[in-house]
Structure formats: structure tokens, C-alpha cells
Design a protein around this ligand. Sequence first.
Ligand code: ATP
Length: 471
Amino acid sequence: YNLQPLLLNLLRDRLVPELWNLLSRASEQAEKRGWHLYLVGGAVRDLLIAGKQESRAAGKQLTLPPPPLPPPPLYLQDIDLVVDGFHRSADVGAGVELAKALQTIYPEARLDVHGSFQTAALLWHKDEVLGSLWVDIATARTEFYPYPAANPEVEASSIRQDLYRRDFTINALAVRLTPPHTGELLDFFGGLIDIEQQQIRVLHANSFIEDPTRIYRAVRFAVRLGFEIEPQTEGYIRYAIASGIYDRSLLENSKAPALQTRLKAELKYILQATYWASALQLLASLEALKCLHPTLELNEQLWKQIRLLDRWLRRFDQGKSLVHWQMRLEVLIAHLAEEYRGKVAENLQLPMDSIQRLQHLAHAHNQVVEFLSANRLKSEIVQLLRQYELRTLILIAIQSKRFIRRTIWEYLTILANIQSPLSGNDLKQLGYQPGKQYKQILDKLLAATLDGYVTNNFDAQAFLAERFPVK
Ligand code: ATP
């Protein structure tokens, strides 16, 4: 295929004009310094998928021009650029230099430089035209060769090596932004065919051993894009998991914080997406939940709990204070035997309150279940359950039998909101001396209300006259 004109059209038509201008500026700056600039990663993948859908909609092949009516712009929020500095050691900081040059053109953008990686990021935070936009600029990662600088094969091999380090063929595509051949697609590993055939394919057999978080990424892209994990790639995933790589790298080795951080980021991404349920099922079918703990399995019971959680989140998260993805993860971890929970939560770098909740869950669960299994007064139920915070109660509820679950639900929806019919002010007016006994009186009055002895003001006063006569 000669995709060059099509890709240029796609870039021009599908990007908001300001972003297209930004890319043109970046390309000018790189060209001026004798570098090549490439658009890589997710942006290229998403552009090609969008192009494919448009062509399909118009009943045409990818090689034909796009339909006459321009579709709405593709709002990209993350742009990855790679600068290829022709292997001159002086140019290792090319990405950073280019980012700095762009910032002088766009002073409103914030510049972040990650020194050790020779990458820089420009961030437009809620810009009026560009929205929230991250532009990451990296220098093509490659070893320096003793070849002449202008050797085109070496030039190509540098960006090729950068792309070869990536996860999947569909993410290892690049579009050249600098002339000559602006708009040329660099597709060394068959990414375009995989987009056509809707396949997630790794670039080499060792990919998942090298970086186990790619297992989660494979699932995320498969479910999000509606692609299949290509059979050989699936084989590599199963092999990596069976080899126990996770047991070693994640669980025993707390010296792998970078891996844990990335795994947590992927888990978060998946568990907060609209497609979390399908992704979780796919992870389970690949036995990839073993990555969290070797004993973790998505059995029927856990699946039921995680669906139940959704109902509880919908009902009790009106203030939007519950972090849904984290609650889902907590349910997964809570499914493990008691002794593993705290450690897994720690390994995944969950916040302290979450680690503690999981560490103490078994104790709280036993206490609540034992207590509620006997016949209890409503006031006794409230007294017990109000010691726990909402998140703990939800975790306990979804792990419990229906009877316990309903009691906790009743507590949260009704009992916790019932108030004593009289206030401290009312007590004052009734002639009680203000002091410590107010709390005791009001507590008793609330208990009597919960248990149905007191239903109105009149009852309340009679109750007080009998139990706490004014001295
Ligand atoms: P999204 O639209 O979800 O942001 P993306 O492809 O931009 O998709 P990022 O996580 O932002 O995903 O990563 C950007 C690029 O970096 C990817 O397209 C891929 O080429 C590369 N990449 C990211 N993570 C890995 C990894 N673990 N291993 C190899 N390459 C990776």
C-alpha cells in the first residue's frame, strides 16, 4: 500500500487543527536540527483504526480516499513523539532539546524533563483549544554504532530498534513527520495487517517474560478495541504465567517496585474502564489473576461478589467518595486467604487505609457475622455496625450470606439515618441540666426509637419522664 497520502490526510482531517499545527511546528524544529521526528504508539494505532472505520463506512478499502464528509476530530490526549538524532552522541538529548524549543513557541505548556530517560513531556492542562494534552518526546533509544552518520540503513535501524522495544505490533507503528517522505508509515512488524485482522500480537517470544505487565496490557487492548489476542501470543502469555515469573518477580521480591507500580497502573486502568467485567473475565481465562497471587482464581463465588459490589457501589456512592477500581481490587484481594491479603495489598502499593482494611477484614467479618447471626434488636445492630466505615461494611456484606447482607443493607439505607426525635436543645427546654448525661439520654432515646418504643415527640417525652425524671 502507498499509505503516505492517506496518513497525511488522516492526520490533517482527524486531528484538531491546533494539534496538527503543533506537530508541524515540532517537525520544523526537528528538521532544522537535522533530526527525524516520528509520531509513534497509541496515536498512530488510533488514527489507523479510525481511518479503517471511515473507509469501511464508505464501503471502501484503506487505500482509497476518505469519505467526503469529514468525521468529528479524534481527541487525542496522549501523543508520543520520537526524535531520531542520527546516532551522534551529541544528540542523545534531542528529545529534551526539541521539547524546550517547542516550549518557547508554546509558553503556556508545562515542561517536564526526565533526565535519566532522556525524555521530556509537554503538558497542556485544560487548554482552551488543546484540552488536556500530554506530548511525550523521547530520543530514539538505540545503541550508538560506529557507522557514518548519514547512512540511511543505520538511520532506519535506530527508530526500528525503538519500535522493537514496544509491546504489540499495533503499538509499534510510526508515522514520519519530517521530510522527505512525510506521512510515511514505518511498519516493521506487521502492525497494519494486525489492525486489519484485529489481532494483538507481541513482537517476540520473550516479551511477557521481559515485562509481565504486558499481559494486562494485551487484555486491556483486546477488550477495549474488540481485538483477539493472536493464538501464538496467547501461548506466550500462558507460558510466562506457568513459568511462575510473577511469583518470583512480584510476590517474593519486594525489590521490584517499578514492576509493581506499572502492574498497579494497568490494574487501575482496567478496573476503572467501562469494560472492566469483560477484561477481568479474559484475565481469568488466561489465568493471569495468578499474577496478583498464585491462589487467586475468578470462581463463581468471586464473580458473584464482584457483581454484587457493583450494586452496592451504585446504591451507596452518591457522594462519589468510593474509588470504584480500588474497591474492585479489594474484593479480589479479600477473596484470598486471610494471611495473604495485607501483603498483596502492600505489594500493589494500595493506600494505607486500604491495606489495613484488608488486614483486619477477617476479624471484622467474623465479629459482624457472629453478632448478626443471633436475634438482635435494631439498636444493637446500629451500635455494632456504626463502628465500621462504609467500605468495610460493603466488603463484609458481599462476602456474607443473604441474611447478613440484608441486615447491613437495612442498616445503611434505613437504620443509620434514623435520629432521636429530641435534640440537646429540646432537653434543655425540658429542664435538663446541660452536661455529660445529655449524650447518655439521647443515646437511650435513639435506641428506644430504633427499637420502636418511641415513634414521636409525645412518646419521647413520656420515655424521658419515666427513665430520666428531671431532678
Ligand atoms: P492508550 O490509548 O491506552 O494510552 P497507548 O498505546 O498510548 O494507549 P501507553 O500506555 O500510553 O498506551 O503507552 C504508549 C506507548 O508506549 C505504547 O503504544 C507502546 O508502544 C509503548 N509501551 C507502553 N507500555 C509498554 C510496555 N509495558 N512494554 C512495551 N512498550 C510499551
